[in-house]
Design a protein around this ligand. Structure first.
Ligand code: SIN
Length: 492
């Protein structure tokens, strides 16, 4: 059963090149996040089917690994081209099951395809080294090999792009892959798999197992304990990341973790005011604030603070909220009632501790999981939203006086994924770039995502990098070969 989406959208899981049901035939519903209506049902799988998918990936590994990088690249490029050709259908599906406005979904499909294109190219440049030897009768070479069977667990906030950001470097490096997409948004992942199949990805090289919320821990445990799996890549909450990391440690498996953030967004008095305002709006309200790199704490220098807060509140109040499929909509629904409850909790906590509400603050009159774009002023470090990721449309501001103070405040968080700074002072650009404890710094920009740059965090935001030339390194083993050489015959 599938209504209201492109007819070719699969609703079965994908294992070993076959579209399959769960063994017990159980399925779970996927809903339209704007209306709550069921749009399809997909298999609710368990560790048993996951083990089978891992075996399929293991069986497919020797032939995939034996191909040249150029042959693998050809398939990845075809896959990207198919995604771009079907961009409208994929974007509509993404908006239906995730909620973001159609224009953002269109951008995400292009972003997702860009990882396939980038790593198709990068896979051809996995160079090794020849190292000057330590003894005259030795030669030393280093080469890099795909690590083998890998697993990915991806989130609902970017249901297409997070799939290709992991799978593309893995496949380009000669690994095979088993994916578990988020239970809120499995259809986008299955649609990506269907296009991979059309592009010629051999059966077993890319597999997708779907499950409901209750089954996720069991599948994660299988991925992190199965001896065949050599690496697990996860994007999601820090709490779940820590569990997966412990499980991987038990089995000495590699893991990369792109976890929560609590991004500071810093605006100095000398900033280009209009640019900073635009940057804050896009950075905060894109995807209804449901990105790991969303501005969670906005620090504005005292000289412009009041004017900036008022302007941001005015612009936020003007944002059009509605179903992502409707034209002109700038903010869709939140992913779930739990997400709404968390946003409400953060706002209530901040207000109880003295923050002032400048706009929004309530569930939207549209009902469901729609929420008003919200701006709060006068936050402090004790409030829940200063230490935990809000993951919703709440811009929270406070004034600051000087550079040292704001660096201290910005770094006063366990997280370290993204930070943003607006200033026209060139020396400050350098100082802040170095001082901020985050894996990514947006300097005079609120948009930092691209396939060409390394995406990832430090501290409790995890480790490992996705995208860019660095992104391939997480998917290869470095092997050193020491060759003993004999002297030519007749020589001593
Ligand atoms: C994320 O929120 O995890 C990804 C955001 C992005 O790549 O822009």
């Amino acid at each position: 059963m599938l209504t209201d989406v492109a007819p070719w959208t699969p609703t079965d899981a994908y294992v070993g090149g076959d579209w399959v049901e769960a063994d017990e035939g159980r399925r779970f519903a996927v809903t339209n996040k704007a209306t709550g209506e069921v749009i399809g049902e997909v298999p609710s799988m368990t560790a048993v089917e996951t083990r089978r998918a891992i075996e399929a990936a293991e069986a497919a590994l020797p032939a995939w690994r034996a191909r040249t990088a150029a042959q693998r690249a050809e398939i990845l490029q075809r896959w990207a081209a198919l995604m771009l050709k079907q961009r409208d259908e994929l974007a509509r599906l993404l908006t239906l099951e995730q909620g973001k406005p159609l224009a953002e979904s269109q951008a995400e499909i292009a972003y997702a395809a860009s990882f396939l294109q980038w790593f198709a190219e990068e896979g051809r440049r996995i160079y090794g080294d020849i190292i000057p030897p330590h003894q005259p009768d030795k030669r030393i070479m280093v080469f890099k090999q795909g690590i083998g069977v890998a697993c990915g667990i991806t989130p609902w906030n970017f249901p297409s792009a997070m799939v290709t950001r992991k799978a593309a470097p893995a496949l380009a490096a000669g690994c095979t892959f088993v994916l578990k997409p988020a239970e809120y948004t499995p259809l986008s992942a299955l649609a990506v798999a269907a296009l991979g199949e059309q592009a010629g990805v051999p059966g077993g090289v890319f597999n997708v197992v779907t499950c409901d919320k209750a089954g996720a821990a069991e599948i994660g445990a299988e991925m992190t304990s199965n001896p065949v799996v050599r690496k697990v890549a996860f994007t999601g909450s820090t709490a779940t990341g820590k569990i997966l990391m412990k499980q991987c440690a038990e089995h000495m498996k590699r893991i990369s973790l792109e976890l929560g953030g609590n991004a500071p967004f810093i605006v100095f008095d000398d900033a280009d005011f209009a640019a900073a305002l635009e940057g804050a709006l896009i950075c905060k309200f894109r995807n209804s604030g449901q990105t790991c790199i969303s501005a969670n704490r906005i620090f504005v220098q005292r000289g412009i603070h009041a004017r900036f807060a008022a302007a941001l509140a005015e612009r936020a109040a003007d944002l059009t909220v509605g179903s992502g499929l409707e034209s002109g909509v700038q903010q869709g629904p939140l992913i779930s009632p739990d997400a709404v409850a968390k946003v409400e909790r953060h706002i209530a906590d901040a207000q109880a501790r003295g923050a002032r509400l400048l706009t929004g603050g309530r569930r939207h009159t549209l009902g469901g999981t729609f929420f008003e774009p919200t701006v709060l002023d006068g936050i402090d470090q004790e409030m829940e939203l200063s230490s935990a990721e809000t993951f919703g449309p709440v811009a929270a501001l406070r004034p600051f006086d000087n550079e040292d103070e704001v660096i201290r405040l910005a770094n006063d968080t366990p997280y370290g994924l993204a930070a943003y700074v607006y200033t026209e002072n060139n020396s400050r650009v350098w100082r802040l770039s170095e001082a901020l404890e985050s894996g990514i710094v947006g300097m005079n920009t609120g948009l930092i995502s691209t396939e060409v740059a390394p995406f990832g965090g430090m501290k409790h935001s995890g480790f490992g990098r996705e995208g860019s030339k660095y992104g391939i390194e997480d998917w290869v083993e470095v092997k050193y070969v020491c060759v003993g050489i004999r002297p030519a015959e007749g020589e001593a």
